[in-house]
Design a protein around this ligand. Sequence first.
Ligand code: PLP
Length: 409
Amino acid sequence: MYSIHDIRNDFPILSREVYGHPLVYLDNGATTQKPRCVVEAMVDEYYNVNANVHRGVHFLSQRATDLHEASRETVRAFVNARSTSEILFTRGTTESINLLAFTFGEAFIHEGDEILISTMEHHSNIVPWQMMCQRKGAVLKVIPMTDEGELLMDAYEALLTERTRLVCCTHVSNVLGTVNPVKEIIRIAHQHDIPVLIDGAQSVPHMPVDVQDLDCDFFAFSGHKVYGPTGVGVLYGKEAWLDRLPPYQGGGEMIKNVTFEHTTYNDLPYKFEAGTPDYVATHALATALDYVSALGMDNIFRHEQQLTRYAVEQLRTIDGMTIFGHTRDTADAVISFLVRKDGHYIHHLDLGTLLDRLGIAVRTGHHCAEPLMHRLGIEGTVRASFGLYNTTAEVDALVAGIRRVVQMF
Ligand code: PLP
């Protein structure tokens, strides 16, 4: 049973007040709040287990190592990877993509090669590829989209050439909520023997993800967006690809043998995990994944879809409202909007700041997607993004808050 009351009790922060109002937290796209079990897992590990992993014979080190490696198995099962060798722990989506951009660039990219991304990428799925293209003399190409925020699939196919080496695409837009047809994108790329990276930062918290079913070659996500701690994330890669990539950083853990002349590298996944991992965070991430799995990703998806549809419906009743994207029912739990008054948009920052005074936390700005803002011809939006604990009452508070703020202009 999906009991929103019980669920909210698991998140202590949700019962606090902001400026004398009950907190309405609608910034889940940026980061999610943490259930008690996740915080307790971290406290418990520091109080009762803490020791460095992988290199100790003593009790605590073995226990910490067991927790860390069990967490890798939890992540593997959560995204249905074939093997734990395919699960690399990183600091987050950004580091996952940087890792891939550097290593893939070193192994496979030559002058004149092409990397394909989409118009609606987060900066962390643009800039690492730009940097790699600059280093290697490669070319970054962009899949265009419609005014409604849907990728143009014919244009995508036409952009694939003999020089295309990798396709990188977000699963869900962090601005528009568009759920991209990534399975189809991957299928088409594979027809041309081109591998695909999916940025799953905004999909993993909201829907079941099965990397084998998607057949993606790489998949990145962040722990803190799926109710886990900050500072930990995942890069999934098919073993056949990871085997062919060079290491990212050098140091402890990623080696088998070192002499001053030569180093042999460790097996997967450790080849890509130099230095002490954030083993407390990996354990807490696994705790968060266990938490959402117990609720059921299907149930979370259903709850958030209902909430999102209700929110879109209610927001559309506000005079002057423009919602970007959401032309299809399938859009995810992220809604970007602006409100027009007296012939021009109320500045997103003003709207967000005044909503904050009512205890309503939304995000304003370009949402780390400046090229998408350019495409939409705007500077920024107000963004409400939902999590598994949000309620229709909170949507009502948002809508009432916007009405009240708009009257002030
Ligand atoms: N990709 C998308 C689609 C995102 O929404 C975000 C964060 O907002 C990122 C990547 C970057 O995630 P992180 O800052 O956790 O590395």
